[in-house]
Ligand binder design. Structure first.
Ligand SMILES: Nc1nc(=O)n([C@H]2C[C@H](O)[C@@H](COP(=O)(O)O)O2)cc1CO
Ligand SMILES: [Zn+2]
Length: 189
C-alpha cells in the first residue's frame, strides 16, 4: 500500500473525503502491457511478439501473438531459422502477432483502430494493417529499422497515412501479482 492509499484508507475509516488512487497505468501503458502479456503465449524460442488492437473508445477489439497457424502443431513445425533445409525455416510458417490480432477481432472491422505491438511491423503485416483500415501503429522496438522490409513498411504507412509512433515507457515494469492480499486493498467498514 503506498502513502496515498494509506491516507485514503485512514480517510475511509474516519469518513473523510477520499481522493482517487495515484500510480494507476494510463491507456497506452495498459494496451502495450496487454500486447506484452499476449507475447508470453508465444512458443517462438527466439522472439515473442504480442499485439493489441484498440478502437476509438479505448475498447480492445483484438489481441494476438506470433504462432503457428491453427492445425499446424507447435510441436511438429520447426522453430529454427538457421537450418540446412530451407523448408524447415520457421519464417515460412509463423503467423505474425499483428495478423493474428486482426484475425482475432471481436468487432465487425478494425477501421480507424490503433494497434499496439512489441516490434515494428514487417512489410507483410504492414499490408494487412493498411488493408484492415487500422490508422495508427504504436510499437515498443524498431530494432529492425535498417532492414529493407521495415523501410518498405514505412514507405507504405507513409503513403497510406497510417501514423506510427514509438511507445516510450515511463516505468520499466508493471507487475502482475496473483497473490493479492484483498484484506489490505478493500475498504474496511
Ligand atoms: N512485427 C513482428 N511481429 C511478429 O510476430 N514477429 C514474429 C515472427 C517470428 O516468429 C519472430 C521473429 O523471429 P526472429 O527472426 O527474430 O527469430 O517474431 C516478428 C515481427 C518483427 O517484424
Ligand atoms: Zn509481420
Amino acid at each position: 500500500m503506498d502513502l496515498v492509499e494509506k491516507i485514503n484508507d485512514l480517510c475511509l475509516q474516519t469518513n473523510q473525503t477520499v481522493t482517487k488512487r495515484e500510480g494507476y497505468i494510463d491507456w497506452c501503458e495498459y494496451f502495450m502491457a496487454v500486447a506484452v502479456l499476449a507475447a508470453k503465449r508465444s512458443k517462438d524460442p527466439s522472439c515473442q511478439v504480442g499485439a493489441c488492437i484498440v478502437n476509438k473508445d479505448n475498447i480492445i477489439v483484438g489481441v494476438g501473438y506470433n504462432g503457428m497457424p491453427i492445425g499446424c502443431s507447435d510441436d511438429e513445425f520447426p522453430w529454427s531459422k538457421n537450418t540446412s533445409s530451407p523448408l524447415d525455416n520457421k519464417h515460412l510458417y509463423v503467423c505474425h502477432a499483428e495478423v493474428n490480432a486482426i484475425l482475432n477481432k471481436n468487432s465487425s472491422d478494425v477501421k480507424g483502430c490503433s494497434i499496439y505491438v512489441g516490434l515494428f511491423p514487417c512489410n507483410e503485416c504492414a499490408k494487412v494493417i493498411i488493408q484492415s483500415g487500422i490508422k495508427e501503429v504504436v510499437y515498443l522496438s524498431d530494432k529492425n529499422a535498417h532492414k529493407i522490409e521495415y523501410i518498405a513498411s514505412k514507405r507504405m504507412f507513409d503513403s497510406a497515412k497510417v501514423i506510427y509512433r514509438q511507445f516510450i515507457p515511463q516505468r520499466s515494469k508493471i507487475e502482475i501479482n496473483f497473490e493479492v492480499d484483498w484484506e489490505l486493498t478493500s475498504p474496511k467498514k
